[in-house]
Design a protein around this ligand. Structure first.
Ligand code: G6P
Length: 369
């Protein structure tokens, strides 16, 4: 087992550290940032239909659903096609409106999640085009889909998803850039810039991983907290949801992810000196806004842990602790900002002496309802 874990103590840690390679593998042979060009054979076949789709519906569960939420922001921005993101379990039972020509994207690591599988089977009968973004080759969801793209992250053993998530983001971003470029809704300059940004991600993830020791120290400091709040805006809002999910799964600490501005409609009532609040606050269009959300937490004595962009001079004056990640376009930044949150959950789990690879009550893939 030690050999399987490649010298790491747990699969989860190994898989977190594999991310520079898995993202690279996912981009390799598809993205050429020099031309620039993106080739994805499955998607290419349906490019015309996707471009002309009246709407796109993304269905998924768990961590894959969070990747879908980020993709919603990216696709709407770059392709100007309306996108909805649905929990597969809700979508399949609520008699949703699905029309011929709608594009359904199923996102799934295992390709076997029962709710996601049935959701796309139903939508297929109604004439939708089904694309599968799946990790496990030849899995049920891959077979039911008309076309799709594999995430090529390799086997993910840790129950809590890490490397599959960032690979899903890499694939979904390529799909969005490709369609946006083909459609002309994305300018040539922006397409070029974003291809380059995407190609630079594996190296930047490597740099984020160098913060390992600092994050381990943070975990020791905060491991006894009873609750955590995770906040983000824009592309980083789903990252906050994912950070909270990782913490719940691995450490059994209650954590809530929220859109930072929405906090004043409820969760702010919970803030006191005992509540750590994790801000996903890399530099983007929402930066000033999130700084003011941070001031609101500080005024109520909440402890602030912030994921920031290197060189940010403002947030370190407000936050109790910061972890900096390299600068990146806001569209690709989630692949960086999520890494410290994966490590934080992992190290708190370790500090609490828990079985991080097999958390209680959870299954790697939920093939029954
Ligand atoms: C389970 C796993 C999660 C995963 C979710 C969706 O809950 O524990 O890690 O995100 O299922 O699985 P899928 O294979 O469809 O991505």
């Amino acid at each position: 087992a030690a050999i399987e874990k490649g010298g790491y103590e747990h699969f989860m840690l190994k898989e977190i550290f594999e991310q520079p390679n898995t993202i690279y593998d996912c981009l390799r042979g598809r993205l050429d940032a020099n031309v620039p060009n993106i080739v994805m054979s499955g998607i290419d076949k349906y490019a015309q239909q996707i471009m002309n789709a009246p709407r796109i519906i993304i269905v998924a569960c768990g961590t894959s659903w969070h990747a879908g939420l980020i993709a919603e922001y990216i696709i709407e921005e770059t392709c100007r096609i309306p996108v909805e993101v649905e929990y597969a379990s809700e979508f399949r039972y609520r008699n949703p409106v699905v029309n011929k020509g709608d594009v359904i994207i199923a996102v799934s690591q295992s390709g076997e999640t029962a709710d996601t599988l049935v959701a796309i089977e139903n939508a297929k009968e109604k004439g939708a085009i089904i694309l599968g973004i799946v990790n496990v080759v030849g899995s049920s969801i891959a077979r039911v889909s008309h076309a799709g793209a594999y995430t090529h992250a390799g086997p993910e053993i840790g129950v809590a998803s890490t490397k599959a998530f960032t690979a899903q983001l890499a694939v979904l971003t390529m799909v969005a850039l490709k369609i946006g470029h083909a459609k002309g809704s994305l300018s040539i300059e922006r397409f070029q810039a974003l291809c380059k940004e995407l190609a630079d991600i594996p190296e930047k993830v490597e740099l984020v991983l160098q913060q390992n020791e600092a994050i381990k120290a943070l975990a020791k400091k905060y491991k006894d907290a009873r609750d955590f709040l995770y906040l983000g805006r824009g592309y980083n809002f789903p990252v906050a949801l994912e950070g909270a999910l990782k913490l719940k799964e691995i450490t059994y600490i209650h954590a809530e992810g929220y859109a930072a501005a929405e906090m004043k409609h409820g969760p702010i009532a919970l803030v006191d000196e005992n509540l750590p609040v994790v801000f996903v606050a890399t530099k983007d269009a929402y930066h000033e806004k999130i700084v003011s959300n941070m001031q609101e937490i500080k005024a109520r004595k909440g402890k602030i842990i912030a994921i920031i962009t290197e060189g940010d001079a403002v947030i370190p004056t407000l936050a109790d602790d910061v972890i900096a990640v390299p600068a990146a376009d806001e569209i690709v930044a989630p692949m960086l900002s999520v890494i410290p949150l994966q490590l934080l959950a992992y190290y708190i789990g370790i500090a609490k002496d828990l079985d991080v690879d097999k958390p209680r009550n959870l299954a790697k893939s939920v093939t029954v309802e």
